[in-house]
Design a protein around this ligand. Sequence first.
Ligand code: HEC
Length: 115
Amino acid sequence: MLLSSCEDRAAEQSTSSITPASFGGDLKRAKEITEIGCGSCHTIPGTTGANGLVGPPLDQMGSRVFVAGILRNTLDNMTLWLRNPQAVVPGNVMPNMGLQEQEARDITAYLYPLR
Ligand code: HEC
């Protein structure tokens, strides 16, 4: 039962087709930030040195049903998480990175299409 409801939601999710252009993200900027700020904790494809194992791998971030196991995986929710992970899951290991709204959107545009 549980498994099938997860699959249903995943199927719903895969119908959205966001492009960086339609979401307004700067992929170059996203890469610059993730190289410096995220790679020690996450594995991110296409990002130099991003092979950390502290947090989950982000290589299929767009296919996940939830962000951090709690927020439905939408563009806005991913941006929300990136701006303030400590408000979403207090005490989790990912620190608030001090990202501006636009920076969080840039990174969302980079991660969301990863399937
Ligand atoms: C100190 C380690 C650390 C740093 C630095 C860090 N994260 Fe995380 N991140 C985590 C952990 C741990 C989680 C899992 C949190 C949870 O599920 O409660 C996480 C979760 C996430 C998630 C949700 C993953 C999922 O599978 O649901 C995303 C997206 C994410 N991080 C992106 C980033 C980005 C982008 C950066 C850089 C701006 C970053 N993180 C920096 C540790 C880190």
